[in-house]
Design a protein. Structure first.
Length: 254
């Protein structure tokens, strides 16, 4: 086992869990963070059974500033090198702009505050250990609006994450830290359960296949492939990029 640890914020399900599994198979220790204690326990058991690796967990509500501060204090005491960070947590629920409440807004933008300061603490660890790689999961919705899925605050959150990616790439390069992001379009994952019944997500999302020039929606594997590459030394000359992993959506229109 390497004397390193990869931190996956939002690593108990979906894209975050898949990249956690890949890093465990590479020999890294992995820490997954989520607000859901049951989901954390189930993910830990599943990941360790599949990989034989070591999974630490952290129950943290990203909307609770005190809980985030306590977790940051834990990061500051971490003796190991946190060589990878993936900010994968997210919440998606289409709400029209004229119907947006303050709560709807806070559900989106408050995530970035937590990302900002958790990433700051991790970057200081990376600075101390002379290097690291960070990948943020952004979104196609940060690049363009989709009328069928009104997402003004969500798009602001993800656009802010893209901007943070580029700024940190510039500021942290001197310390050997690379910072990149991926911008997925429609991906089969549980993020849609806020407005689609979980057992209906797969069927419902098939209606978006033709939205993508490649002809299908994405999978968590598609996104994890890109994240794994960006974290790795194979991407050692890549920083500050926001990679569109979107089935060709940003290339044009069918």
């Amino acid at each position: 086992m390497k004397n390193t640890v990869a931190l996956i914020v939002g690593g108990s399900s979906g894209m975050g869990k898949e990249i956690a599994e890949r890093l465990l198979r590479q020999g890294h220790s992995v820490m997954i963070l989520s607000h859901d204690p049951i989901g954390l326990a189930e993910a830990k058991a599943d990941l360790e059974k599949k990989t034989g690796g070591k999974v630490d967990t952290a129950e943290v509500d990203l909307y609770n500033s005190e809980a985030v501060a306590q977790f940051i204090a834990r990061i500051k005491k971490e003796p190991r090198h946190i060589n990878y960070l993936v900010n994968a947590a997210g919440f998606f629920k289409p709400v029209t702009f004229l119907e947006h409440s303050e709560k709807d807004y806070d559900l989106q933008l408050d995530i970035n505050k937590s990302f900002f300061f958790i990433t700051q603490a991790v970057a200081k660890n990376m600075q101390q250990h002379e290097g690291g790689s960070i990948v943020n999961i952004g979104s196609m919705w940060a690049h363009q609006a989709v009328k069928a899925t009104p997402s003004s605050a969500y798009s602001m959150q993800k656009a802010g994450l893209h901007a943070l990616t580029r700024n940190l790439a510039m500021e942290l390069a001197d310390y050997g830290v690379r910072v990149n992001a991926v911008a997925p379009s429609v991906v089969l994952s549980t993020i849609y359960k806020s407005f689609i019944a979980e057992d209906e997500i797969k069927e419902t999302l098939q209606g978006f296949n033709d939205f993508h020039p490649i002809g299908r929606i994405g999978t968590t594997t598609d996104i994890a492939d890109a994240i794994e590459f960006l974290l790795s030394d194979k991407a050692s000359w890549i920083t500050g990029t926001v990679m569109n992993i979107d089935g060709g959506v940003m290339a044009g229109r069918n």
